[in-house]
Design a protein around this ligand. Structure first.
Ligand code: ZN
Length: 342
């Protein structure tokens, strides 16, 4: 039997590492999650060993030999440089002091003895979404917004992810939007954790539901069941389920988020004239009915488009849990092809 030609994708989160393998025929060899504890809080030396140990288990699970893997793609939450140096100011996922300014790409390359390429998790997710629609070789342009605790995502221009000079390319959550044009939130001042007022994340994230949208709407409806709960964090996690059951206040929160995405996508349409807009994350991990409604509301929230651009599709990003590992693997395959190792 011929040896397999493949790359690995490693998605390092705060608590878990997820693995996948991708062949040169663009087939993924692991269905669903393949997880191992990250132990990121214990610092880089323990965490890098965890990545190596978990990779060994993934090899066995997928029936892949380490020698068949020519490149490893790694993605982590930011902030980090385009080449994988974690921020010297630290971050929520990498609190141990040894992580500050740590070159995680080079560290993993030393550990595994294989070339490692690096992405932040938002860009990895965007690459995955783009791949599902266009494959790994298309020169298409897409904009992905992934709505989770924060707002991640990325921009792929003519098949290449935009990392930017310092690795902050595609930080879509902190792009300011004309939120004053969204109806139903008169007087609301949406503040983001980054300090900006009215960026996309300030309205379009789970954090925004808890910090901004629930307090605003419950202030107008103090008799609502979520107000009686007296705990905004708990309440924010119940909004999606209530929206699925038709609760008006919860649907109104999703409508505001959809319209925020609509005005944001309008900015992106005028900047990039993309082939596709892609939405991922918790906001669309819901019933088909609510998902369809949210996409319709995103479109309804956009200003009128030019005739030539009115048909730019809005896609749903599939399989959110594995997006990071798969996006990192796709970028690794691309690197392998460019450098001729695969
Ligand atoms: Zn922000």
């Amino acid at each position: 039997m011929l040896a397999l030609q493949a790359v690995a994708g490693v998605d390092l989160g705060g608590t878990a590492i997820n693995y996948t393998f991708l062949t040169d025929q663009e087939q993924f060899l692991i269905e669903g999650l393949c997880e191992y504890p990250a132990r990121a809080r214990e610092g880089p030396s323990i965490c890098l060993q965890q990545i190596a140990d978990g990779l060994q288990i993934a090899f066995e699970k997928a029936g892949v030999l380490p020698s068949e893997i020519s490149v490893v793609g790694l993605d982590t939450p930011g902030p980090s440089s385009a080449t994988g140096v974690l921020s010297a100011r630290g971050s929520t996922n990498f609190v141990h002091p040894d992580w500050a300014g740590f070159d995680i790409r080079a560290g993993l390359e030393d550990k595994l003895g294989k070339p490692v390429i690096y992405l932040n998790d938002g860009n990895a997710g965007a690459i995955w979404g783009h791949f599902v629609i266009f494959g790994a070789k298309s020169p298409a342009t897409s904009v992905s917004a992934i709505v989770g605790t924060g707002l991640g995502g990325g921009i792929i221009i003519e098949g290449n992810v935009v990392k930017g000079r310092q690795g902050f390319g595609g930080e879509l959550g902190h792009v300011l939007i004309p939120y004053q044009s969204i109806r139903g939130i008169e007087g609301l001042i949406p503040e983001c954790n980054c300090g900006r007022i009215g960026d996309l994340e300030s309205l379009c994230s789970l954090t925004a539901i808890e910090k901004t949208l629930l307090p605003y709407f419950l202030g107008k409806a103090p008799e609502h069941d979520l107000a009686k709960l007296g705990d905004l964090r708990k309440a924010s996690k119940l909004v999606r389920g209530l929206a699925e059951r038709g609760d008006e206040l919860s649907l109104e929160i999703f409508r505001v988020q959809a319209h925020a995405l609509g005005v944001f996508f309008d900015e992106m349409i005028n900047t990039f004239d993309p082939d596709a807009l892609i939405v991922g994350g918790g906001i669309i991990e819901t019933t088909d009915e609510l998902q369809t409604w949210i996409v319709e509301e995103i479109r309804a929230g956009m200003p009128k488009q030019r005739v030539e651009q009115a048909d730019i599709p809005i896609h749903i990003m599939p399989n959110g849990d594995t997006a990071g590992a798969r996006g990192a693997a796709i970028e690794a395959l691309k690197f392998g092809r460019q450098t001729g190792v695969i």
